[in-house]
Design a protein around this ligand. Structure first.
Ligand code: BGC
Length: 781
């Protein structure tokens, strides 16, 4: 930047900061109340009165800027010109603050009514600082950490001018074939709801109008995760009970937490595409939940109503989406036809007004009218914060902590000396690092890496291990062995030879980032390429093999696990992959993540999830030790060629230390359904003692599950209703306390009422969905 430009820039920044401090007319308030503020409503009314039909429809149009709009001259791009005419309500995929300010200037200064554009982006797991993928974040079971990471993302994104993220994705995913399982919090609605709230709070901050707050967009509404066969965009068919009981709760939690926007999904739901679904978008979202923000469609999803077969042309598609409750049309521009459709009487202008109202409300609540420009697009050193600038050390620290908490230790067998192979023993003098993911920086960032993240910031496992072994005087050998999807065994000999020379082998295996995420469905869930053969060849040396598994989903590992002395699921851990892994492998920190998705034994078990119904012929009690033929044990709900249970259950994860649990204690043994339904009566308190009986400090995720029997509809065999991450020193005991009240005990009953029913309730507290001591209580009339 020249001296003159730099001076102009600083003058601009000072002006903008000044405006930011004093220029807003709206008081500080949280997001939910901001959308109900009568002063906002007055401003919306005043604007609506002045707007032409074209200007109204312009607000409903969202365009992507992909690559074509850059720099301070962006105002003269077609996007800038459209903004000046009030023809575009939102732009996304723009991360250059100079371009954002330029387009914004066109909208605010040149358009007739000076309505600002809202700039959006997929800030999914970090903007500049690449955090672990959301599935990994869920394995931390740590809402405070998730909130902290989202805050970092909000601070970085807003500093570049992005005030709206298309996150969190809160789709429940029970099928590991579905690639987008990596983007969410796994299979459980209770955990999913807790994390949905954490994301919203993190993004939207204390006040939505703060310049470092960004609007959350909760997606994909709804049922997307239940795509048949795990194939992306596929049909979804489910009962209203399952929809309300399993798939809707995280959305509802996010709305209650103040989320100001939602994104409709691609899939049809019970025959009606979710982008034209009046039942979910209006009856549930607006009428029942009182949501006052706006809904944006997914990418070209409005136009796709034609492919779905419920619209024969773009105009019908637009009409159906708008009237169902989609306010903003992402990318395809079909909503432009609404001008004509209002004029010809096909669409009432009031329907357009309502959508405009919702969008303007959010823009006002964000403070965009009062502070339309980005003030802090540059770091103190003058480098653009969105690219190239150094990541703040405290952000890296949060990213490393997140990665550490997300690692799940799935196996840790005893080594030669009788003690577990991890953490790495002091007598290990040579380590062989083998595998195609040991130094693949882009893959560490995972799918949907932030627009401003850079593989250059990633510390790979190889880099971190090289540093650590150098400090410890350990010899490190390295061989990739094969490529991620490789089929040639040409590299096997080198890998085997490295293993032979080592005391311990660390293998970095798994998927690449593009194997999951959108349109990343897989029909086979084994290790890609010939990695399993590489594993077998290396383990045949007899050396202990520690597998660090990178993946965006559960994989089928039945054949591979016997060849592993230890297995650490690392997901895609983000920029701090290497340091987090090395600190864990060497025992500076004990693994503490737990699975939020069931690992299947075979693809044929999918969809597979712990909170299933029992059936009338459960496999429980059947002799599962052999393959049943005709006759004995055949007539159960089971496979004849596979167990029902997965390889690793929901909630599972080992530590370097050991935890024991006492039986749960209940404060009372009876609760009244009526009292709970009428909002009376105190909840039941459950507590259990957790003791660290090992010799190392560690963190345990204590989980509480219930099962209700005697109810009007079948209830799951187990349901998560409480969890706590707790840290324990060796020998230390802590009491974990939970409370079970109306919220935890109600469900959608046979009359489709969300109430507490009389039931016998089993409550279990333990280390996973398959463990724990249990107690019982009664819910009476
Ligand atoms: C995805 C959304 C994303 C949108 C915008 C779509 O293809 O389904 O999750 O937010 O693109 O990039």
């Amino acid at each position: 930047m020249s001296q003159r430009n730099s001076t102009i820039y600083w003058v601009l920044i000072v002006l903008l900061v000044w405006q930011g401090l004093g220029g807003t007319n709206l008081p500080a308030q949280n997001a939910a109340s901001a959308l109900s503020d009568p002063r906002i409503e007055e401003r919306v009314d005043a604007l609506l009165k002045q707007m032409t039909l074209e200007e109204k429809v312009g607000q409903l149009i969202q365009r992507t800027a992909f690559g074509g709009v850059t720099g301070p001259q962006a105002a003269s791009s077609p996007m800038g010109e459209a903004a000046a005419k009030g023809e575009v309500g939102s732009l996304f995929n723009l991360i250059d603050p100079a371009a954002i300010n330029s387009v914004q200037k066109a909208a605010v200064e040149n358009s007739r009514l000076h309505i600002p554009v809202i700039f959006g982006l997929d800030v999914i797991h970090g903007f500049r600082t690449g955090f672990p993928v959301p599935l990994a974040m869920s394995a931390t079971w740590d809402p405070a950490l998730v909130e902290g990471a989202s805050r970092v993302a909000a601070e970085e994104a807003s500093a570049a001018g992005v005030r709206w993220t298309f996150s969190p994705m809160v789709d429940i995913a029970r099928d590991a074939r579905w690639g987008r399982i990596v983007e969410g919090a796994g299979e459980d609605p209770f955990l999913g709801s807790a994390l949905a709230r954490a994301y919203v709070h993190g993004y939207q901050g204390e006040r939505l109008s703060d310049s470092d707050s960004i609007a959350a967009c909760v997606k994909h509404y709804v049922g997307y995760g239940a795509a048949e066969g795990g194939r992306d965009y596929n049909t979804v068919d489910m009962s209203e009970r399952t929809l309300r009981q399993v798939y809707l709760p995280p959305f509802h939690a996010a709305v209650d937490a103040g989320a100001v926007t939602l994104m409709s999904a691609f899939n049809p739901l019970n025959g009606v595409p979710t982008t034209a679904n009046h039942f979910t978008l209006t009856e549930i979202l607006r009428d029942e939940w009182k949501f006052r923000g706006f809904v944006v469609s997914d990418y070209t999803a409005v136009h796709e109503l034609i492919q779905h077969g419920i619209a024969r042309d773009a105009a019908t598609a637009a009409r159906r989406a708008l009237l169902a409750g989609v306010d903003m049309d992402m990318v395809d521009g079909d909503y432009q036809s609404l001008v004509q459709q209002v004029r010809s009487g096909l669409v009432r202008e009031a329907a357009v007004d309502e959508a405009v109202r919702r969008i303007l409300r959010v823009k006002l609540a964000l403070g965009l009218f009062d502070r339309p420009y980005v003030a802090a697009g540059f770091s103190p050193a003058g480098a653009p914060i969105y690219r190239g600038a150094t990541i703040k050390p405290e952000y890296l620290e949060t990213a490393r902590k997140a990665a550490e908490e997300s690692l799940v230790l799935l196996k840790n067998d005893a080594g030669a000396g009788g003690s577990p192979v991890l953490p790495i023993h002091a007598d290990v003098k040579t380590i062989a690092l083998i595998g195609p993911l040991a130094e693949s920086a882009p893959d560490m960032l995972g799918p949907w890496a932030g627009a401003a993240t850079s593989p250059k910031d990633v510390v790979t496992l190889r880099a971190a291990l090289t540093e650590r072994t150098g400090q410890n005087g350990i010899k490190l050998l390295y061989a990739s062995g094969t490529d991620i999807w490789g089929t040639s065994d040409a590299g096997f000999a080198e890998a085997v030879s490295a293993a032979r020379q080592a005391d311990l082998v660390v293998m970095a295996l798994g998927e690449d980032a593009v194997s999951s995420g959108e349109a990343g469905s897989r029909a086979h869930l084994g290790l890609p390429g010939n990695q399993e053969q590489l594993l077998e060849a290396v383990s045949a040396t007899g050396k202990p093999v520690v597998v660090v598994l990178f993946s965006g989903r559960p994989l089928t590992l039945v054949a591979g696990v016997p060849h592993m002395a230890a297995l650490l699921e690392a997901w895609f851990p983000g920029v701090q992959a290497g340091p987090a892994l090395v600190r864990t492998l060497f025992g500076d920190v004990s693994p503490s993540g737990k699975l939020t998705v069931t690992f299947p034994r075979a693809v044929g078990q999918e969809p597979l999830y712990y909170n299933a119904l029992n059936t009338g012929r459960p496999a429980e009690g059947a002799d599962l030790s052999h393959r049943p033929g005709f006759g004995e044990d055949r007539w159960h709900s089971r496979y004849i060629d596979e167990y029902n249970a997965g390889l690793f259950p929901f909630g599972y994860g080992l530590s370097y230390t050991k935890f024991t649990y006492s039986a749960p204690e209940l404060s009372i043994k009876k609760l009244s359904a009526r009292a709970l339904n009428e909002g009376r009566g105190s909840p039941l308190r459950v507590s259990a003692e957790v003791k660290n009986t090992g010799s190392r400090a560690g963190e345990e995720i204590v989980q509480l599950y219930i099962r209700e029997q005697g109810t009007s509809v079948a209830r799951p065999v187990r349901e998560l209703k409480g969890f706590q991450r707790t840290s324990l020193q060796p020998g230390e005991t802590k009491r974990a306390e939970f409370s079970l009240g109306r919220n935890e005990l109600k469900f959608w009953n046979v009359d489709m009422k969300d109430i507490v029913e009389p039931a016998r309730v089993t409550v279990c507290v333990g280390a996973s969905s398959a463990e724990g001591a249990c107690a019982e209580f009664e819910i009476t009339d």
